[in-house]
Design a protein. Structure first.
Length: 412
């Protein structure tokens, strides 16, 4: 087996990040478990290199762009890291400041992958709350990205739609779910569904920000409350729109619980609910939907978007992305509550594994690393200069001989 050296790059990855961070980490662990080398380049509060059994993580000091996220403003520093690591291919999860990595790879005869985690046209429309001008701007950007990267990876048919007529070489790689962490045994033993008190327990897990559509979950709960349906909606997550959402909820039984620390605790919240509300119509995949299903919790989702491709008729209901449509879908799904529905939800989730995702991504990386016409370019000058000046091996350079990395060793 040829050992690959895969460099992952991403912005907007932080302590309270959601699905993108989960996906990047799961893929990276899978690469290393398969015997390959992996580096992750992300923004951080300061420069730092951390080595662990999952590979090398390089944080580049970067400014905050919101309360929970940073963006690398000095992309040339990321390119310097790549020069030192000498990857066989790169995998960028960013469409903004890290896109120069594609040109860097092309100049060196290295394969490049753009992993598309968001659909920019719909996301920006929701963010700026208008459509005029968005499609043209995003179309131009996507055409440029398609020409820059060798492969564009999408996670759903909905995600692929953004790249229609761009000339992109698309590969569909659905994400997976941790079927051990997210498991029906996280639910309290013997807890019936529906419960004898008749109260319908709903949950929403995600960022409290408009582009993630938590307002649709709240709107559905408000409408159900208006109809006289006994319910409780628990909102889990943080974000800039939390106060606005509380005002929107009014006197409806909607409870804001903040950030949930740890994946096990998130799984318990999913498992405790009768239904999960994963209602964003612009979600390219819907990892939260999959995590809920894995816990045996059926899902209400919008009738368009990536999550709608995950949640089928056996495991949930879909409605138009508005208060009435989602309330109607919730009522329909509530009428089906019972052990059979929860078992069907789990079976649906079992069709999506991280092992399958990793296998497909490694096939992509192997293909572009071995593509005919790729020529070696590596020169030892940079490493030699580093060794002479520092007197130590570069931790980012290819490891040779008997050198071993200490687990969780940190170099600053």
């Amino acid at each position: 087996m040829t050992t690959l050296r895969i460099a992952q790059l991403a912005n907007f990855v932080g302590p309270v990040s959601g699905g993108m961070k989960v996906a990047i980490d799961a893929l990276g662990r899978g690469y290393v478990a398969a015997g390959h080398e992996r580096i992750l380049v992300i923004p951080g509060p300061r420069d730092r290199i951390t080595e662990s059994e999952s590979g090398i993580t390089v944080e580049i000091a970067a400014p905050r762009v919101s309360a929970g996220y940073r963006m690398i403003a000095t992309p040339w520093r990321a390119l310097d890291i790549l020069d030192r690591f000498r990857p066989t291919s790169i995998e960028s999860s960013d469409k903004w400041t890290l896109t120069p990595a594609a040109g860097w790879a092309t100049r060196r005869g290295i394969g490049s992958v753009l992993f598309s985690h968001e659909r920019l046209d719909d996301m920006l429309t929701m963010w700026v709350r208008r459509q005029f001008g968005v499609a043209a701007a995003v179309g131009a950007l996507n055409r440029r990205l398609s020409k820059s990267f060798d492969v564009v990876v999408v996670t759903s048919d909905y995600s692929a739609g953004e790249f229609a007529d761009t000339g992109a070489r698309l590969v569909k790689v659905p994400l997976g779910v941790d079927l051990e962490t997210f498991h029906p045994d996280k639910r309290e033993p013997g807890l019936p569904t529906p419960r004898p008190d008749g109260l319908l327990r709903l949950c929403y897990v995600g960022r409290m920000s408009h582009e993630k559509s938590p307002q649709l979950a709240v709107a559905a709960a408000v409408e159900l409350h208006r109809r006289g349906v006994p319910l409780r909606l628990d909102m889990y997550g943080v974000g800039p729109d939390a106060d606005t959402l509380k005002e929107q909820a009014g006197d409806a039984p909607v409870f804001f619980n903040g950030f949930v620390e740890g994946r096990d605790e998130v799984a318990r919240r999913f498992a405790a609910a009768d239904l999960s509300m994963s209602v964003c119509p612009a979600e390219t995949f819907g990892l939260a939907s999959l995590e809920a299903l894995a816990c045996g919790t059926p899902v209400v989702t919008a009738n368009r978007g990536g999550a709608h491709e995950i949640v089928d008729a056996t495991s949930g209901e879909a409605g138009s992305p508005d208060a009435d449509g989602l309330a109607d879908a919730t009522v329909r799904l509530a009428d089906r509550l019972g052990p059979d529905l929860r078992e069907a939800a789990r079976r649906r989730a079992e069709q999506f594994t991280w092992e399958a995702s990793v296998e497909k991504m490694l096939a992509v990386h192997s293909e572009i690393a071995a593509r005919p016409g790729r020529k070696p370019y590596w020169k030892q000058k940079l490493k030699d200069r580093h060794d002479v000046l520092s007197g130590v091996d570069d931790p980012l350079a290819p490891q040779t001989g008997d050198h071993q990395i200490d687990d969780h060793q940190e170099r600053r």
